[in-house]
Design a protein around this ligand. Structure first.
Ligand SMILES: *[C@@H]1O[C@H](CO)[C@@H](O)[C@H](O)[C@H]1NC(C)=O
Ligand SMILES: *[C@@H]1O[C@H](CO)[C@@H](O)[C@H](O)[C@H]1NC(C)=O
Length: 364
């Protein structure tokens, strides 16, 4: 496990001033990894207040309540909920702003070519290409990526429509940026519309846990068994383990000890998959507002009217606020304090606030 660094975040604020946060001395003298947490919390507050400042600056707080009519607003033509449009735009600006300030830091790779070979490989293998409509989509597992892949297959004619009943083949009939030469990659990065979709990081992890470790035997055998062997007392040397009863806490402990750059894509931090500093995404949609954000993207890339984003599958089990609250509260504080820093960029860059996991809150 790489030792957590003391992090000094410098954030360009709305006013242009630079805020440097240093963890208080008392925090540093505690155990080393817990020293990260105060800066993490403060950072989230800075991000949140930066967003708020921006909204005040733009006079947008009122328009959230009473969105202006957008009679000639072509942008969200498929979307008949103007409030959602305004919210979405605010979110885009917040994301743009935080990403710009974070990516402006020294030593942050600002292009695909300044990433390490491993980082570049991961990124290029996650960017799907559509040449006809000239767009790039960085897919993030557990963020509706199967449905986007369906849409891409319909756009190229590999699939008749998005509702065709079939198991998703995650490779066939899809073009990845990694299939192209550096020159071809450069051209597409420069000229195509680039988008990705994000999701509240802990909800995404819970979804991966429930789906992969809860339901998929191959994952239970490969990851579940390993997790049990590592973290359950008395199992270290057991040879035959089904791995089908991993607890969420055990999963969290496993994540804490893994290298984010080598994790399985279903729980690798979004930032490590899509590198929003290396690629300037034109649009970063939210899983939480999937319907309207997806409609916007389809409009934006000029998809034919009959191509729409699929409905949720019938087997879809949502991660509700209550479910997430329940699972997070089963995890001992000390593990959450180590887990959150690993996903801190997914929280901060995309404008999600850290979950409240105080003892008080979990008592409810
Ligand atoms: C955010 O940044 C992208 C990439 O630079 C740009 O295309 C997009 O228009 C920006 N969005 C907003 C709402 O500022
Ligand atoms: C977390 O929840 C508790 C209990 O509901 C509340 O008192 C506390 O202020 C919350 N903390 C944060 C940081 O939201």
């Amino acid at each position: 496990m790489p030792p957590p660094r003391k992090q000094h975040y410098g954030i360009k604020h709305a006013s242009g001033s630079l805020i440097h946060y240093r963890p208080p001395v008392s925090a540093i003298t505690q155990r080393r990894h817990s020293a990260v947490v105060p800066s993490v919390l403060t950072f989230a507050v800075i991000v949140a207040s930066g967003g708020l400042l921006l909204m005040i600056e733009k006079g947008m707080l009122n328009s959230v309540e009473t969105p202006p009519p957008r009679a000639n607003g072509k942008r969200f033509a498929r979307n008949n909920n103007p409030a959602a449009d305004v919210e979405s735009q605010i979110l885009q600006e917040i994301r743009n702003r935080t990403i710009r300030s974070m990516c402006g830091q020294r030593n942050t790779p600002n292009s695909v070519w300044s990433l390490s070979p491993l980082q570049r490989k991961t990124l290029l293998q996650h960017v799907l290409v559509n040449d006809e409509h000239r767009f790039l989509y960085c897919y993030v597992p557990k963020v509706a990526c199967s449905n986007w892949k369906r849409v891409l297959k319909v756009l190229t004619g590999a699939l008749a429509n998005v509702d065709v009943k079939m198991k998703m083949d995650h490779r066939a009939d899809l073009l990845f940026l990694s299939d192209f030469s550096p020159e071809e990659i450069r051209h597409r990065l420069r000229h195509y519309f680039k988008f990705m979709f994000v999701r509240e990081p802990m909800a995404r992890l819970l979804s991966a846990y429930r789906n992969k470790l809860g339901e998929i035997e191959a994952y239970q055998r490969k990851y579940g068994a390993e997790i049990v062997r590592r973290y359950r007392k008395g199992y270290a040397k057991t040879r035959k383990i089904a791995g089908n009863d991993v607890t969420f806490t055990e999963f969290v402990r496993y994540l804490i000890d893994e290298d984010p750059e080598r994790m399985n894509e279903h729980w690798m931090p979004i930032t490590n998959l899509c590198h929003p500093c290396a690629i300037q995404y034109n649009f970063i949609g939210s899983y939480e507002r999937l319907e309207s954000d997806a409609a916007y993207v389809l409009e934006r890339v000029g998809a034919p009217q009959h191509v729409r984003f699929p409905e949720r599958q019938t087997w879809y089990r949502p991660v509700t606020k209550e479910t997430l609250h329940y699972y997070l509260c089963t995890v001992p504080q000390k593990f959450l304090k180590e887990l959150l820093p690993k996903y801190i960029l997914d929280f901060s860059l995309f404008g999600y606030s850290l979950p409240n996991t105080t003892t008080e809150y979990c008592r409810h």
